[in-house]
Write a protein that binds this ligand. Structure first.
Ligand SMILES: Cc1cc2nc3c(=O)[nH]c(=O)nc-3n(C[C@H](O)[C@H](O)[C@H](O)COP(=O)(O)OP(=O)(O)OC[C@H]3O[C@@H](n4cnc5c(N)ncnc54)[C@H](O)[C@@H]3O)c2cc1C
Length: 464
């Protein structure tokens, strides 16, 4: 791959405004998919609640502990259902990824998490107290009798413990003190917890015992969810990696602590990736093969080559500078909605800082010719202005404007005044921002202050 050249096929410029119409249509289509998905999940939740409630009779509520037991049964099923939804949100199910985007899906997964967890805790407490009241015994003794005496309850107790462990380690304060890889490995226990809990649900759940139809519905729900996870998180990436057979061909420095890694593969013209998107990269080398990290492509594929550009921030990113040519690479994806389809106009402003320029660099190549582009790049010094020359060349070629803002953070700020000065027609544009968290926040605030509509501001975050 030669850097600094304009490779890629020249696009056929669509008539003015047509691109915007197409983008709006596409966005609407994606929103419909998201709405339908939420609708289906809502119906599923309704059926699950109905199943749980149908087992509760007035007579049973009047018995000692009856109300607590009923609360425990309903909360248990509701919690288990929401756990499956959580799993689907991070299953990488392609239509959802395309419609909503991975960052938002992960955010929803996190926001939803406290609900099923609270419901499961309520289930354990309420069932134990309810049964204890019915048996006129102590709560701890009842808990012991349940765990030791009822089939599959020992596995369920282990599942509950693992769930609590996952919850605690995912709690923001705890997570800040954990390495990403440690958190990720602990998070895998969530899957184990779900697997361990299934048997006790169908063999002891009042809604399922003697109700083959309900059991069939519940089992089908689990099979579909687990099948989706296995298909999209394992089978598709495996197939894609074998199909493209990527290998590292070169690694070179772009700036201080920033390297580009060029890989070569087969059928890259069939890799459905767009500028601004990222892949999960797994370098199949000792010490690295077990972790996949997200990196955006820093140029559109030029078969047989594909390029990423990485800043050394921690152990994985730093090791990429030493990766040997010939190393095989497995990929998962492409993911991300930070693409040309996000825009709703034929004028865009790209604003990046540091290594945040990588998705913008690929995006500028992927924008149709009819789109007018202005790009601003912020860096502390000229060495850190990675891709400044490539961006300048690309923008000159498409008659856009490029401006590098170089200088210490305190002296050269991308605030309302600077943004307004360099892009006076900002309100007529879609703005794409990628950079460190504080930088992105500042640019978004400035753009809002200048009157840019929120749905015209598109950001990509490099932290999860
Ligand atoms: C959508 C997306 C696109 C990205 N594109 C680029 C890019 O083009 N170039 C670039 O230099 N960096 C990119 N990053 C950031 C890059 O993924 C992290 O810098 C890298 O994973 C850090 O790993 P580490 O082991 O070197 O550092 P660590 O010290 O282990 O991690 C530093 C931080 O990076 C994040 N992180 C670590 N591992 C992962 C992981 N497996 N998945 C998600 N987040 C993780 C965590 O927030 C962590 O706190 C991107 C991140 C995301 C989410």
């Amino acid at each position: 791959m030669t850097t600094g050249t304009l490779g890629g096929m020249p696009g056929i410029a669509p008539p003015r405004h047509q691109a915007a119409h197409n983008a709006i249509r596409l966005r609407r289509g994606r929103k419909v998919i998201a709405d339908r998905m939420l609708f289906v999940w809502g119906i599923g939740f309704g059926i699950t609640l109905a199943m749980a409630l149908s087992e509760i009779g007035r007579a049973s509520l009047a018995l000692p502990g009856g109300q607590l037991t009923a609360i425990g049964r309903v909360s248990g099923l509701a919690g288990a259902y929401l756990m499956l939804v959580m799993l689907l949100l991070v299953s990488r199910f392609a239509p959802l990824e395309r419609a909503i985007g991975q960052d938002r899906l992960v955010r929803w997964h996190r926001r939803l998490a406290p609900w099923p967890l609270s419901l499961i805790v309520l289930h354990v407490v309420a069932i134990t107290l309810g049964y204890a009241a019915a048996a006129k015994t102590g709560a701890l003794r009842e808990l012991w009798l349940l765990v030791a005496g009822v089939p599959n309850m020992l596995a369920a107790a282990a599942a509950f413990a693992l769930l609590c462990l996952t919850a605690v380690t995912s709690w923001r304060v705890a997570r800040r003190h954990l390495e990403y890889e440690t958190w990720w490995a602990l998070h895998l226990y969530f899957y184990l917890a779900l697997a361990l809990s299934f048997a006790h649900q169908v063999t002891t759940g009042a809604a399922f015992v003697g109700h083959p139809l309900a059991r069939l519905w519940w089992t089908a729900l689990w099979i579909c969810t687990v099948g989706t996870v296995v298909l999209y998180r394992m089978a598709v990436p495996l197939w894609r990696s074998l199909y493209h057979r990527l290998r590292v061909v070169s690694v070179y420095e772009e700036g201080p602590g920033v390297v580009s890694v060029v890989v070569q593969g087969k059928h890259l013209d069939r890799l459905p990736i767009e500028g601004g998107q990222f892949l999960q990269w797994r370098f199949l080398r000792r010490g690295l093969w077990w972790q996949a990290h997200p990196y955006s492509i820093s140029a559109m594929p030029r078969p047989p080559h594909l390029r990423i550009t990485v800043k050394a921030l921690g152990d994985h990113s730093a090791q990429l500078a030493r990766i040997r040519p010939g190393t095989f690479v497995a990929i998962e994806g492409p993911y991300g909605t930070f693409t040309k389809h996000a825009r709703s106009s034929d004028r865009v402003a790209l604003v990046g800082a540091g290594v945040g320029v990588t998705p913008l660099r690929a995006l500028v190549e992927d924008l149709p010719d009819g789109v007018h582009v202005v790009a601003l790049l912020r860096a502390s010094n000229h060495h850190e202005a990675v891709f400044a020359e490539e961006m300048r060349t690309l923008l000159e070629h498409r008659r856009g404007r490029f401006q590098a803002l170089v200088g210490p953070r305190g002296a050269v700020r991308l605030d309302t005044e600077t943004l307004g000065r360099f892009v006076p027609d900002l309100t007529t544009r879609d703005i794409f921002v990628c950079g460190p968290h504080g930088f992105t926040r500042q640019v978004v605030r400035a753009a809002r202050a200048l009157g840019v509509e929120p749905d015209r501001i598109h950001t990509e975050a490099f932290v999860t």
